[in-house]
Write a protein of this length. Structure first.
Length: 203
């Protein structure tokens, strides 16, 4: 059985393109005047010509900047000093005051030694306001004491005495669970004693 080869298939013989003569040495190639070393031998090695990029439009001239203003790097212009360019305090963020509104010790020691008080025009950031008090209970006879202590005065007695949990005037015995405190530890928090209900005494 003979194999037929398709003449339309181009086969490449890598040995057919090998020159029979050895290439010239480097010295021979450099000394031969017929070989121009600056120009490539074939068109395959020709470099494409690159056109110059278009000219950029000229930017408008900036007005001159005051050199004293370049040296300033402060976030609070009411301070009696100016931070030098490149200086940044992580604690106060170049305001001269920390989160709590107190003077930044590091900055005031470095720059504020010759100044006694800052300008009154700058007020440090305000502290967050405490939460609003709880609403007034519907029953005016119930008085709530912090934290979570409830004292129920008797009706009809105008001069009722308010006492702390565990006071012997309440009567009864000292609570064995909270030992008269009215509260017990719950993880890292305190909660009302479940035995005495916060009174510190049991019946």
């Amino acid at each position: 059985m003979s194999r037929k080869t398709d003449p339309s298939l181009n086969t490449y013989d890598p040995n057919s393109a090998i020159p029979t003569d050895a290439p010239p040495s480097y010295e021979q190639a450099m000394s031969d005047p017929s070989i121009d070393v600056n120009q490539p031998q074939s068109a395959n090695y020709a470099r494409p010509t690159v056109s110059a990029p278009p000219a950029r439009p000229q930017l408008p001239v900036r007005p001159p900047v005051n050199t004293a203003a370049q040296d300033l790097y402060t976030n609070n212009l009411n301070l009696p000093w100016r931070y030098p360019k490149g200086y940044y305090c992580k604690k106060c963020k170049n305001t001269g005051y920390d989160k709590k509104g107190k003077r930044c010790k590091k900055c005031w020691e470095l720059y504020g030694k010759s100044h006694t008080k800052p300008s009154n025009a700058y007020l440090p950031p305000a502290r967050p306001r405490p939460p609003a008090p709880p609403p007034v209970p519907l029953n005016p006879a119930v008085v709530r004491l912090p934290p979570g202590r409830i004292v129920r005065p008797f009706y009809g007695s105008q001069g009722a005495t308010v006492v702390q949990p565990g006071d012997p005037r309440i009567g009864g015995q000292l609570c064995p669970r909270c030992h008269g405190r009215g509260q017990v530890h719950f993880f890292l928090d305190m909660e009302t004693c479940p035995v005495c209900g916060g009174l510190g005494r049991t019946g």
